[in-house]
Design a protein around this ligand. Sequence first.
Ligand code: SF4
Length: 290
Amino acid sequence: MIMNKVYLSLGSNIGDSFYYLMSAISMLDKLEQTKVNKISKFYSTKPWGNLNQDDFINCCIEIDTKLLPYQLLKEINSIERLLGRKREVFWGPRTIDIDIIFYKSLKIETDKLTIPHKFYKKRNFVLIPLIDIYYNKKNLYKYINKNEKLQIFEYKKKIGISSCLLGYNVKYNGGNNFTDLFVNKLKLDYLKLCPETLSGLKSPRVPSEILGKKVFSKIGEDLTEEFELGAKKTLELIKKNNVEMVIMKSKSPSCGKDLVYDGKFEKKLVEGNGITVDLLLKNNINVISY
Ligand code: SF4
């Protein structure tokens, strides 16, 4: 099956909007058979339709996906739900809004889904970011309302990222988890973080898992103190660098968020956070799991 090129518009105007946008992009990037190719600039925009609400941050992305339009819509609805979107007021405030603008050259018009999106020609907050990344920009310029300017939103802080995701050989097995992270498509400053290295543990090392409130290596050493020290040092580094958002490697006993291995070394996941992520969340640092 071939990949389909799809353009999405994303917006948020509740809470830390940049974090919600980054989380949504990360979740889209992790969907099965889907890859985020391009991310537009981010823009601060005035509300549309219902004016009595805070300004939005908007962007557009290009993805390649094997998901069919209704499968993609289902995944998008689930991402919106997971990120706390509540559909209480029509065109009202929202943590995240994701619209399918184009799905290849498909035309769909049903109660559930209209592609191309019904209002894209009337919305500068869709057109302007879309022009940043769309292959056929000329077709879009003519719809732009020249009286309405958009301000570029620049994220000025560093983003903390698990060192192993960046390709540093700090994993227990001496390797890394290098990933072509979606954030590489943005010109953001980052701070590399490896709690287990900061704790003084060497690479390679015996793998560890969380069991209850403690951390044990596969050969039964209690490494709780080392993992807690790594968490503390990571938090200190984050505070020193004024970081408010981190992207951490999933499932790890330090960096995992929501799911970690169960402590029996049988590759079974249970609900819970890694020791570092737990501490970061308690200190109001936004964590994106990758
Ligand atoms: Fe990667 Fe985190 Fe483990 Fe370091 S502690 S190797 S950054 S998952």
